[in-house]
Design a protein around this ligand. Structure first.
Ligand code: AKB
Length: 312
């Protein structure tokens, strides 16, 4: 059985759906701190900080693989510093320790471009480079990466990870991140014809369409163990664009769409992150190849959201 922790989140919802298609609905146990609506397979409530409950579920469902997605993202973590550190770190240890004991054979844990900081090269950021994050979220992700590598090297734990860029999808909403604008903008474009962006127009960040991100996650997890050379977390390049460029992509289909700018505290976070990422290690080790560019993603986002919102 595969266990997904944080199944109600932005990545969790789509990952569970895809894993169930591949493995069978009854082979994927979705868990979250809250009930999930439209859940089509086994579900249990789980607070990622409740180690006893985690162990109980692992035993009850004979879990051998965990995708641990529960975390506080960059913007929210700045508002709940201690709690973010506790959630993002302690819950990871609970999962890694189960893997160390041999109960769990494989773990996926997401890291983020937030592990980079102001002294990291901002263009084509390499896999191995300066990591000096300035956010609570980034610090916790960097520490998590170090622990993943430590458990892999010292206890032979098969833990795999991706440094997700900002993720954009139509099926689920992000919560509390700095890249959230790139999802919200499509919703507001269709609902109001305009969007007020909390980042400046020329703020470039690496992003990725959810379909690519989910495929990357599953491809990484299915790759042969010996191919996985990076045990901290893999860079994934994604698409690099600014708010001005995403609004231009929307205007191709909605010429009257308008964007305005009112930067807030998230601007500083965005400016501490890379603008574009280099991902040759992922390409070489597990054949990673992205499919969606900005134009293709925007076309699909608007098409799918129109259907969901009944605007056709
Ligand atoms: C965030 O904005 O906090 C996340 C991330 C880049 O990890 N989307």
């Amino acid at each position: 059985m595969i266990l997904v922790i944080g199944a109600g989140g932005q990545v969790g919802q789509e990952l569970v759906e895809n894993l169930r298609k591949i493995k069978g609905a009854d082979k994927v146990l979705a868990t979250d701190i809250r009930e999930i609506k439209d859940n089509e397979g086994p579900f249990e409530l789980l607070n990622a900080l409740d180690e006893e409950r985690l162990k109980e579920l692992v035993e009850k469902y004979k879990v051998t693989e965990i995708y641990h997605l529960a975390a506080l993202l960059s913007a929210n973590a700045e508002k709940q510093v201690k709690f973010a550190w506790e959630l993002n770190m302690d819950s990871l240890f609970y999962v890694l320790d189960l893997a160390k004991e041999g109960v769990i054979k494989k773990v996926f844990w997401p890291s983020s471009i937030a592990v980079f900081g102001p002294n990291t090269p901002r263009q084509n950021t390499p896999q191995h480079t300066v990591t000096d994050p300035t956010t609570v979220y980034g610090i916790s992700k960097l520490a998590g990466e170090r622990w993943c590598e430590y458990y892999a090297k010292n206890y032979d734990v098969d833990v795999r990870s991706i440094r997700y860029p900002g993720l954009i999808g139509y099926k689920s909403m992000p919560g509390g991140g700095t890249t959230d604008y790139a999802v919200d903008i499509y919703h507001q474009a269709l609902e109001k014809g305009e969007y007020e962006c909390f980042l400046k127009e020329d703020t470039y960040l690496p992003m990725m369409y959810m379909e690519d991100a989910i495929r990357a996650t599953i491809e990484l997890m299915e790759a042969p163990k010996e191919n996985i050379k990076v045990r901290s977390s893999y860079n994934l390049g994604g698409i690099s664009f600014s708010p001005k460029e995403i609004s231009a992509a929307i205007q191709i289909q909605m010429p009257n769409f308008k964007i305005t700018y009112a930067p807030d505290f998230r601007q500083k976070i965005a400016e501490s992150w890379p603008q574009s990422i280099e991902d040759t290690a992922a390409q070489k080790d597990w054949n990673w190849k992205m499919k969606y560019d900005l134009e293709k993603m925007s076309t699909d986002m608007l098409k799918q959201l129109k259907i969901i919102k009944g605007l056709n």
